[in-house]
Unconditional design. Structure first.
Ligand code: C5P
Length: 230
């Protein structure tokens, strides 16, 4: 297993494209995140192939369903050999605890991470669906609930990392997307942080997609990020 803090987001529609990128980076120097599009098109086979190439896989399927269904989905993901997986904290404590229990007997247990509120949710949508309080209060409350339910950490913005790190201690995993190396294109991300800023803020793992995957030389882009963190 690599000890890299960099998780490369493989947001590709096909297994061929995902494997092609994976061949250009070193499994000892990064981990890979697979999401709903790639998994829905390519299925467990893509996880198996990338695992066989030596990569640690974060299966980003954000499970949210009744507790027994989520528990069985988490069990299936663990059986695939993934390193990290996630569930929606809005599924509540019973769902999260069931997920955690489904993994409890594994000797090499995958990390189980909670998604709090999606960053695509704005105040207007938040109110419209009937949630009360503010978005930031809700994120903190859901992160507390995740920890109390036995989850290993949460996905959060690097902006939230300082507060969450202070409240949850060093063992709680903070997985942060929205990372942009200095001078790189922010694209559709808004409140970005550079890799060193995010680590300083308390991030455990940095999810980085296009700054690596769209680079002419992905391994060079990865190395430049490593250098900035050294
Ligand atoms: O290419 P980029 O670095 O923007 O990719 C970021 C990855 O992190 C994408 O897979 C995106 O879906 C994911 N993500 C995010 N913001 C969140 C949660 C996940 O950008 N709040």
């Amino acid at each position: 297993m690599s000890d890299s803090k960099i998780i490369v987001a493989l947001d590709y529609p096909t297994m061929a494209a995902a494997i092609s990128l994976a061949k250009q980076v070193d499994p000892n120097r990064c981990k890979l995140k697979l999401g709903k599009e790639l998994f829905t098109r390519s299925g467990p086979q893509v996880v198996e192939q990338l695992t066989a190439m030596g990569f640690d896989i974060f299966l980003d399927l954000k499970y949210h369903d009744i507790p027994s269904t989520v528990a069985k989905a988490c069990r299936a993901a663990a059986d695939l050999g993934v390193w990290m997986m996630n569930v929606h904290t809005l599924g509540g404590p019973a769902m999260m605890t069931a997920a955690r229990d489904a993994l409890a007997n594994d000797t090499q247990r995958p990390l189980l991470i909670g998604v709090t509120l999606l960053t695509s949710m704005d105040e207007q949508t938040f109110q419209h669906i009937g949630l009360t309080g503010t978005i930031s209060e809700t994120v903190l409350r859901l992160a507390d609930m995740a920890e109390q339910s036995g989850l290993d950490g949460v996905v959060c913005s690097a902006q939230e990392a300082t507060t969450l790190r202070a409240q949850h201690g060093q063992q709680f995993q903070l997985v942060t997307p929205g990372i942009r190396p200095a001078h790189s294109d922010t694209g559709d991300q808004h409140r970005t942080m550079t890799p060193p800023e995010a680590i300083d803020a308390g991030s455990s793992y940095l999810v980085i997609g296009r700054p690596i995957t769209a680079a002419q030389n992905p391994m060079q882009a990865l190395e430049a990020i490593e250098t900035s963190l050294a």
